[in-house]
Design a protein around this ligand. Structure first.
Ligand code: ADP
Ligand code: MG
Length: 490
């Protein structure tokens, strides 16, 4: 029996509520699709509003029990560390599940998704014992003791996308649980398997019943029910800008706290003095890794005219050398995208760009055979108002624009000329160019001479239509708390 057969038969129709597996009341199911061949490999439960109600009730009860001291910061820290260890102990199994369900190349999942999920939980575990309020000295007349108390915000609904299913789950539950919240996690309908396996592990790691509930389901049913539930204090969402907008609107009915981490069309600026070889490698990695299904992917290349030929030629060369194929093959660098719908959407963007006059330097062709594959694609001869320059494609497609100036204001204007503001990348050997652009770019993350440097200690999030709020770092944990101001007259 394969890993996924075992998991699917153990939990057919089940949801994880109040520390136990239950049949979903909805009685509905979601097909589990393997993106590398398009085959349906089984079904998982599609939770509905009744299941959400039960989970919220269990979560609220868990928080009430916890408030009388049964769930101390040290216990939260220990449970999160145990979960990290459980992920390490089951790393290969989780990697196989993630590979089959999301179509990710096995070498990527082994190297990134699984170990980083454990690392993230370890990072957040530390915060459980480090959160605190402050004492203040008041100036109003009187004799006072005044302080702030940091309290968990309450029951949290967490809705995540399909591009990093396990990491997305770990990075959502980690800070919420560290802060003392109870969570209801809804994985994306395309990728439930690793979240279900995570629920099995959670059961063994000392979390009180009801503190973590995991409900596979569709956005319009389970997701919308979470957003609408009056006893859910906060929604943490990662996904498309369109859905983020709907969630912000619906959550306003109860003035819920909402953090939304949304799309991007992140610029990569290459100055004439950049190290072209290093830049080209990072540019290719940035847009082609995970088949471009990364919100912070550098998808808009803005390169100085004097070096554009070299940069594009080198990126295209790297693209052509990437092995696209079976995710299970350790040599594969590029797997399929998540679904037929995404594959069609990506090719439609490329076709329209070409029809508008863009030139496809590499890629762009639909491969024959099964599976939702999209080859790494580079589009040049573009202008700034083309759809493929402005909109997030969420596939391995790089749109290239050139500029012919070293005026930083003009370059930043070009980079900032977009609705999104998630990340920006700068390649230059000049400190003044680098720091000058950092200052001018409207993005939640700016990286100079690297596409890496990702660390849980850094806050991640977007400006403009890339979202609001920050995840990770101190800010990401404090986002799961409320500050209470206390004054005591002495
Ligand atoms: P995509 O369109 O690429 O699937 P979405 O942003 O729609 O991206 O999906 C991200 C997550 O949001 C998924 O878990 C999905 O089920 C959920 N979702 C979609 N629509 C809604 C909604 N109206 N309310 C709550 N969650 C939703
Ligand atoms: Mg799948």
């Amino acid at each position: 029996m394969t890993q996924y057969d075992k998991l699917l038969s153990a939990h057919a129709g089940e949801v994880f509520i109040d520390g136990e597996w239950r049949q979903a009341k909805s009685g509905k199911a979601i097909d589990v699709i393997n993106p590398s061949d398009g085959e349906c490999i089984g079904e998982v439960a599609a939770s509905g509003a009744d299941d959400v109600n039960d989970a919220v009730e269990a979560a609220a009860a868990a928080m009430r029990r916890a408030s009388s001291g049964g769930w101390t910061p040290a216990m939260r820290q220990d449970a999160l560390l145990s979960l990290a260890r459980a992920i390490d102990d089951n790393a290969e199994e989780l990697a196989q599940l993630e590979m089959i369900d999301a179509g990710k190349p096995i070498r990527n999942v082994r190297f990134l998704d699984v170990p980083q999920s454990a690392a993230g939980l370890r990072y957040f575990a530390g915060w459980a014992t480090k959160l605190s309020g402050e004492t203040m000295e008041l100036s109003v007349p009187g004799d006072w003791h005044a302080c702030t108390v940091r309290e968990p915000v309450g029951v949290v609904g967490q809705i995540i996308p399909w591009n990093y299913p396990l990491m997305g789950a770990a990075m959502k539950i980690g800070p919420a649980l560290a802060a003392g919240c109870a969570v209801i996690l809804k994985p994306a309908e395309q990728t439930s398997l690793s979240a279900l396996r995570l629920a099995e592990l959670i059961r063994q790691c000392g979390f009180p019943a009801g503190m973590v509930n995991i409900l596979p389901g569709y956005g319009a049913d389970a997701g919308a029910a979470l957003v609408a539930h009056p006893d859910v204090a906060k929604i943490a969402f990662t996904g498309s800008t369109a859905t983020g907008r709907v969630i912000l609107r619906d959550a306003s009915a109860h003035l819920k706290r909402v953090t939304v981490e949304l799309g991007g069309k992140s610029p990569v600026i290459v100055m004439p003095d950049a190290n072209i070889e290093e830049a080209a490698r990072a540019i290719a990695m940035g847009i082609f890794f995970n088949s471009g299904q990364t919100c912070s992917a550098g998808s808009r290349l803005l390169v100085h005219a004097s070096v554009v030929k070299d940069v594009v030629a080198r990126v295209a060369e790297i693209a052509s050398s990437m092995a696209m194929g079976a995710p299970s093959d350790p040599a594969t660098a590029l797997g399929p995208v998540i679904s037929q719908a995404q594959q069609d959407r990506i090719f439609a963007y490329v076709d329209r760009a070409v029809a508008e006059g863009a030139r496809c330097v590499v890629g762009g062709q639909r491969p024959s055979g099964a599976g939702f594959f999209v080859p790494p694609t580079v589009l040049t001869d573009m202008h700034a108002d083309m759809e493929a320059v402005r909109e997030e494609i969420f596939g391995p497609v790089l749109s290239v624009l050139t500029f012919d100036t070293t005026d930083l204001d003009a370059i930043a204007d070009l980079a900032n000329d977009n609705d999104y503001g998630l990340a920006a990348y700068v390649w230059t050997n000049s400190v003044s160019h680098g720091l000058g652009l950092v200052k001018r770019l409207r993005a939640g993350t700016v990286r100079v001479n690297t596409s890496g440097g990702n660390d849980f200690v850094l806050p991640a999030g977007g400006m403009k239509q890339s979202g609001n709020g920050r995840e990770n770092g101190r800010a990401g944990v404090e986002a799961y708390t409320e500050l209470k101001a206390v004054t005591i007259a002495l």
